[in-house]
Design a protein around this ligand. Structure first.
Ligand SMILES: Cc1cc2nc3c(=O)[nH]c(=O)nc-3n(C[C@H](O)[C@H](O)[C@H](O)COP(=O)(O)OP(=O)(O)OC[C@H]3O[C@@H](n4cnc5c(N)ncnc54)[C@H](O)[C@@H]3O)c2cc1C
Length: 588
């Protein structure tokens, strides 16, 4: 696996953002014999929008071996978000870890305990630079200020990268991590689907001397999302007094207003009392004379892999910033590409399956995020035309539902995914999604399984198949049952649930077995969540028809009170809980 000449590599990656650095770091970590090149047109550190992460990234940073370096940069720890969103326009909070369980601990902290459930808010110039240098330290060759000018190809294969200098780079695998540019995607003629409902524009700037609304423990806080009659504002603390503040609105609104972007931005900020208060003594980097801007970012590539090429990160697709999931998608898809290449280079005899798996799984994941973003917007007053869109989504899945029902269906696992770990919906677990519906629609959405107490596996008409589970640099072939589009993994939470259901059908025994399996295995604040993830798996299995359920009046039902009630709640309830918090709390 050595180079034939200095211009030939095992893997050539265009783009040194989070996606490119993740692919390279994991390739070199698990197979240091591979020669890996990143070609990046900018000189790092370079600025980039997209600062607010989700907790799923932390485990990938740990796997890459870069957690300590990122933690040492002292980025604010994100424990959740404070939002005004939904019909009622009230103020509510969405935490990844119950704030009252969060304890003060010195930083830099290890990736353990409560920090497995938190995320970072990162200054991208610093974050992306840490990641790129890390990839370099692991032995990746990095060429900055080097532009890939042309993708050379023959039929469906790539034959080389032509650099702006005229030099040619050849490789066994070519990876597109060029972000929204989608260099390789465009060159290979891969179409990209852009939902017309998410045609939004964004205007943003960086502010110094901005306040944090709340400081939780040592350096933790929440991001702020404030909805307006015509859009919404993000407020992301990036340091003790620095914040990224942006406005998102439909392109149509921007056109109708006919105002210069910086004036529209200023007007929006002034309309929002919470944001105005946090910025009262702050100054913006561009001094109000202009703002950064971009538009039309949501898209999904119709194909993510070819014979010797792979698309990942934003080149593969992106959902709206409302989910703060862009970097999560980027890191995840990049990790998947690294594992796929590692398998093929390791001599796997099912390369076609590996490519197909990557393509299908990751497209489905991005699609879920796009749909979930549409769902969020549908829940907000100013994006009402999107409500009907939920009906269309349900129709795609063969269901005829009124908008409100379609909405519920979406949030209750209409597209629960095939991840081995847990039942999720566009980066939110199934239970969190259910509570979001409470928020958006009012009332309480009970888990469907709460109405029953006897559950039986139903594998009728299912075929045996395999899915891949990524572990320690290997794609573990996991047996699963497949029926149409529905997949039931026989590993992880689902596998355990299948095992339990083979032994018992009674909910009380199911529940007790799950609780005894969890105790001592997870952080104290996370036990409830872990148990809930099993109940969610059962819920997803029921919704997808993998279990049948009935009510035996002689047996007890399960009172499902989930910890998500502590994760999604009104701002007042959250404040009350924080009064008894184990961490020090400071409000501004
Ligand atoms: C308005 C807005 C707000 C967002 N907010 C969030 C958020 O809050 N949270 C979140 O997680 N995500 C957010 N995102 C998304 C996030 O920014 C992206 O998902 C993320 O940057 C994708 O990473 P990447 O590595 O795929 O691409 P990038 O980070 O864009 O990196 C691509 C790299 O490729 C290089 N490149 C491009 N063309 C060439 C070439 N021809 N030759 C060499 N190099 C090249 C570029 O210079 C760049 O460094 C937001 C996006 C937008 C538009």
């Amino acid at each position: 696996m050595t180079t034939e000449s200095t211009n030939h590599y095992d893997v050539a990656i265009v783009g040194g953002g989070p996606a490119g650095s993740t692919v390279a770091s994991l390739l070199r970590k698990y197979n240091p014999a591979l020669s890996v090149l990143i070609i990046e047109k900018e000189k790092f550190p370079r600025e980039h929008v997209g600062e607010s992460q989700l907790p799923g990234i932390s485990a990938i940073l740990d796997e890459m071996g870069v957690w300590e370096k990122v933690e040492a940069a002292n980025f604010p720890v994100k424990i959740g978000a404070n939002l005004t969103w939904g019909k009622a326009g009230d103020n509510w909070e969405f935490d990844f870890y119950p704030a009252e369980e969060f304890v003060d601990e010195p930083r830099p902290a290890k990736f353990e305990g409560q920090r497995r459930h938190t995320a970072f808010q990162v200054e991208r110039a610093i974050y992306d630079d840490i990641l790129l240098r890390h990839a370099q330290e692991l032995g990746t060759e990095v060429r900055e200020e080097t532009m890939v000018a042309e993708i050379m190809r023959e039929d469906g294969r790539i034959t080389g990268f032509k650099l702006a200098s005229g030099e040619t780079i050849t490789a066994k695998h070519y990876v597109d991590a060029s972000g929204h540019v989608g260099l390789l995607r465009r060159a290979m003629g891969v179409e990209s689907k852009a939902p017309k409902e998410l045609r939004n524009v964004a205007f943003w700037d960086y502010w110094d001397n901005a306040k944090w609304k709340v400081e939780i423990g040592n350096g933790a806080t929440r991001v702020f999302v404030r909805s307006l009659p015509f859009g919404w504002i993000w407020f992301i603390p990036l340091g003790p007094s620095r914040a990224s503040v942006g406005l998102i609105c439909p392109s149509e609104h921007y056109k109708d207003k006919n105002l210069p972007p910086h004036e529209l931005y200023k007007e929006a900020l002034e309309m929002e009392p919470d944001i105005s208060a946090l910025l009262a003594d702050a100054t913006s980097e561009l001094k109000g004379a202009s703002v950064h801007s971009t538009k039309n970012w949501s898209h999904l590539s119709q194909r993510l892999a070819g014979e010797n090429w792979w698309l990942c990160g934003e080149s593969a697709g992106f959902a709206d910033p409302i989910l703060a999931a862009g970097m999560t998608l980027a890191h995840n898809s990049a990790r998947e590409v690294a594992y796929s290449i590692l398998e093929i280079e390791g001599g796997a005899d099912d390369a076609a399956w590996i490519r197909r798996r990557y393509d299908e799984k990751n497209r489905k994941n991005i699609d879920q995020h796009i749909r979930f973003a549409q769902y969020w917007y549908a829940a907000n007053g100013c994006f009402t035309d999107l409500q009907d869109h939920c009906t269309a989504i349900a129709k795609d899945a063969g269901l005829k539902l009124a908008p409100k029902d379609a909405w519920r269906w979406l949030a209750q696992g209409g597209f629960a995914n095939e991840s081995v770990g847990h039942a999720s919906l566009g980066s939110f677990d199934l239970n969190a999604s259910r509570h979001l519906v409470d928020r958006f629609l009012g009332g309480e959405q009970n888990m469907k399984i709460a109405a029953f107490n006897v559950f039986k596996l139903n594998l009728r008409g299912a075929k045996k198949d395999k899915i891949g589970d990524l572990r320690d640099g290997k794609i573990i072939r996991v047996p699963c049952h497949r029926r149409g589009d529905a997949v039931l993994p026989l590993a992880g939470v689902y596998g355990n649930m299948v095992e339990i259901l083979q032994q018992t059908s009674d909910i009380a025994t199911i529940y007790n077995t799950v609780v005894s399996r969890m105790q001592g295995r997870v952080a104290p604040g996370a036990v409830g969540g872990a148990v809930t993830s099993y109940l969610q798996a059962l819920e997803a299995m029921y919704i997808q028809g993998w279990v049948t359920a009935k009510l035996d009046p002689r047996k007890p039902k399960l009172e499902i009170s989930s910890t998500t009630g502590r994760l999604i709640r009104s701002a007042d309830a959250a404040k009350e809980a924080l009064a008894n918090s184990k961490a020090s709390i400071k409000y501004n």
